[in-house]
Design a protein around this ligand. Structure first.
Ligand code: KG4
Ligand code: ZN
Length: 333
């Protein structure tokens, strides 16, 4: 038996999960509503909210899995990358839990965990596979050779894909986080209504800052002519923005698949919840004969189930850390 408690606190979600022998039994997520009125995550408020949420969230995860604290064999926690103050709460909690119960402690890289979420449910990808990891802080194409052997082959040079969604949403006067709202409004919009630029970058890297500027100039010029422009054209604007972000992402993924010859293709991270991206990836998969892997919605955005499953695979390898471990705001892949 291996009962793993997973803890995630890298940004603005406090989450706890129980994984028993590789099966997720609970995945509790406490979302922090406080940041919406500031238009983005406020680090100090995030760490305070983690402190309030961590104990009830872990209690609930243990209860829902129908076990007790005494049954937990190891604690896995997000060590980074993320906001240092937020990471500190999860790390300190995990360390004290492991110390008090005298059980092993397992450190997890948040970006690897997003990818390892593909090992929660069947069908699972075969190694090596490619994963496009797209979140609020990262945009990466990763060649996944084994559970903890991952090579970064492409990344963003400026904004992350999630940031591109959230920053353009802000220009469109939508509240934070704007990604899910752009997705919602895009559903009844025309993706070809506005022509937006595709950056010309030769390798597998991404850039989204030009897109943001293009939308800003477009909106400023149109609102000058018609003050109701945003309200009248919201759906078309969202559809055009989303379509451009999705094509930028998928064109690079196509290129990576061609270069590596890999045909098991996965997406991960908060932006993989985007319905336009999911739909276009499935179509591309059909065209190129890929096996496409898309996580369930609850395993796309930040969650502790991905930490617990990653912890389970480290537990099998016997890879533990001691009480000296500290969180890191940045960790390489
Ligand atoms: O992975 P995640 O939950 O947190 C980070 O580690 O960053 O990703 C959050 C990002 C935010 O930028 C949010 O706007 C974006 O994922 N996101 C979406 C959607 N759902 C979440 N973007 C576009 N469409 C969505 N449906
Ligand atoms: Zn994340």
């Amino acid at each position: 038996m291996a009962v793993i408690l997973g803890i995630e606190s890298s940004c603005d979600e406090t989450s706890a999960s129980i994984c028993i022998n590789g099966e997720i039994k609970s995945n509790i997520i406490a979302t922090q509503a406080i940041h919406a009125k500031y238009g983005g995550v406020v680090p100090e408020l995030a760490s305070r909210a983690h402190q309030q949420n961590i104990i009830p969230t872990v209690d609930q995860a243990i209860q829902q899995a129908k076990i007790t604290k005494n049954d937990v064999d190891a604690v896995a926690f997000t060590r980074g990358p993320g906001l240092l103050g937020s990471l500190l709460v999860g790390t300190s909690f995990a360390k004290s839990f492991a110390l008090a119960r005298n059980i092993p402690l397992i450190d997890i890289n948040h970006m690897q965990a997003h990818i390892l979420a593909h090992f929660i449910d069947d069908p699972k990808p075969n190694f090596p596979f490619l994963c496009l990891t797209v979140s609020g802080g990262h945009t990466q194409i990763v060649l996944v050779k084994d559970y903890f052997d991952m090579e970064l082959i492409g990344q963003t040079l400026d904004d992350a894909a999630g940031e591109a969604f959230d920053k353009t949403a802000k220009i469109l006067n939508l509240p934070y986080p704007g990604g899910p709202l752009i997705d919602k409004y895009a559903k009844d919009g025309n993706p070809n209504a506005y022509k937006l630029p595709e950056p010309q970058i030769a390798d597998l890297n991404f850039s989204f800052s030009g897109l943001k500027t293009a939308i800003l100039y477009l909106v400023q010029a149109e609102v000058k002519k018609n003050p109701n422009f945003l309200d009248e054209h919201m759906h078309d604007l969202c559809a055009s923005v989303q379509d451009r972000i999705v094509t930028i992402l998928l064109n690079k993924l196509k290129k990576a698949a061609k270069q590596t010859g890999v045909r098991d293709i996965a997406i991960a991270g908060g932006v993989s919840a985007n319905s336009g991206l999911r739909k276009s990836l499935l179509e591309m998969g059909d065209n190129y004969n890929w096996r496409v892997f898309i996580p369930k919605f609850e395993y796309c955005t930040d969650n502790a189930a991905m930490i617990a499953i990653a912890g389970y695979h480290k537990f099998l390898k016997g890879e533990f850390v001691d009480q000296e471990v500290a969180p890191l705001a940045r960790i390489p892949m």
